[in-house]
Design a protein around this ligand. Structure first.
Ligand code: PMP
Ligand code: GLN
Length: 380
């Protein structure tokens, strides 16, 4: 049978590859971004309660109303920003589905989408499947700063969308208020849609503040925000997230969403809605994860790996250029197979696989696991 692949250059993701390799070699897995500890038992009990209460059939298409209301309340509380639960919030199958649906709703053949690399891996395939073209702006290790004048110079008639990811995976950096104001300035009076992937909004450290796109009034009018409960509540396997944006944009999103998934897992929605009533379930996260980042960095401070503390997310990048000149994919595989510790090589997220000798380590792990991993890093 003959067919023309829509994604001829795409192979299995680095997350699957490294997690499988870790399993095969019984290595500590700090590669794929997921916690090795459970969700709060209270939340699990709430899911059981929702199932026993009969929430086992299709959820409303936009998501359980109680959850959309809880999300709206959260935006009001954290950012004093209003999203109408009736028509500006949709619960999705993780942030991945929200992102895919946004891109397929708006990207036509030959449309250009500006994004920043190293970039999380699900943006470009979604653009390609829809016939669009990714325009990559490279962010340099170690500060990963954006040159907004350069970004502005890339904007033309074909520019349909700009994708930002703050806090940024894999770099562990955030966009400052000045960055967001620049984004607002260069998109003002254009038809450019902004996709702001904010799945790590609750994991920001050292007193820094997450600059959500919804805080900037003109920007908010052209922006979809995507979020992931999997990241927030330590249950990536539940694949629950959401998307919000202005009514006119959400109206188009919903047309695609209803034929893409229609609706998503019902009992987890009911449970999370109730769980989120206690705001400490998300306001405690910066302290919780900053402790893990600090524990990890302190434990490897005498190693040959160089680091700048991650500002946000649950990832820490480490520069291994003092250890070897090997390319990062080979080094990551060797570290897994020979030393028993898996990480993610950053080159896979870069244009032309630019290798800056940097690996990403996930610190959403028990303290014990982080200390074991540190011991391995210290021995290299
Ligand atoms: N965006 C980024 C930056 C991510 O790291 C991830 C992985 N959680 C996603 C989107 C996808 O989130 P989800 O697992 O909810 O689909
Ligand atoms: N978001 C996770 C990470 O960055 C990976 C999720 C996936 O495997 N697609 O590691």
């Amino acid at each position: 049978m003959n067919h023309i692949s829509k994604l001829p250059n795409v192979a299995t993701t680095i997350f699957t590859t490294m997690s499988n390799l870790a399993k095969e070699h019984n290595a500590i897995n700090l590669s794929q971004g997921f916690p090795n500890f459970n969700s709060d038992q209270k939340l699990i009990d709430l899911v059981v309660k929702a199932m026993n209460s009969g929430f086992n059939q299709y959820a409303p298409m936009l998501g359980a109303l109680s959850l959309r209301e809880a999300i709206s309340t959260k935006f009001q509380y954290l950012y004093q920003s209003t999203y109408n639960p009736e028509n500006e919030i949709v619960v999705t199958c993780g942030a991945t589905q929200a992102i895919y649906t946004i891109i397929s709703t708006f990207i036509h053949a030959d449309d250009e989408v500006i994004l920043f690399k190293p970039a999380y891996d699900c943006y470009e395939p979604a653009i390609a499947i829809n016939g669009g073209k990714s325009i990559a702006m490279h962010l340099n290790y170690p500060d990963y700063q954006v040159d907004w004048k350069l970004v502005e110079s890339q904007i033309n008639q074909k520019t349909k969308m700009i994708i930002i990811n703050t806090p940024q995976n894999p770099c562990g950096t955030i966009f400052s208020k000045a960055d967001m104001l620049e984004l607002e300035r260069i998109t003002k009076d254009t038809n450019i849609i902004v996709l702001s992937d904010e799945v790590y909004e609750h994991m920001v450290f050292d007193g820094l503040k997450h600059q959500s796109a919804c805080l900037f009034s003109d920007l908010k009018e052209r922006t979809f925000i995507t979020a992931s409960f999997g990241k927030t509540f330590h249950n990536t396997g539940w694949k629950l997230g959401y998307c919000c944006g202005p009514e006119a944009l959400m109206k188009e999103f919903i047309k695609v969403h209803q034929f893409n998934v229609y609706c998503v897992n019902h009992p987890t929605q009911i449970a999370i809605a109730e769980y989120m009533n206690d705001i400490s379930t998300y306001t405690n996260l910066p302290v919780f994860f900053q402790h893990k980042r600090d524990l990890f960095l302190d434990a490897i401070k005498d190693s040959k790996f160089k680091s700048i503390p991650s500002q946000a997310t649950y990832f820490q990048v480490l520069d291994y250029s003092d250890i070897t000149n090997e390319n990062d994919v080979d080094f990551a595989k060797k570290l897994t197979i020979e030393n028993g510790l898996a990480a993610i090589p950053l080159s896979v997220f870069n244009e032309d696989n630019l290798d800056e000798k940097v690996l990403r380590f996930c610190f959403a792990k028990t303290d014990d696991t982080l200390l074991k991993a540190a011991k391995i890093l210290n021995s290299i």
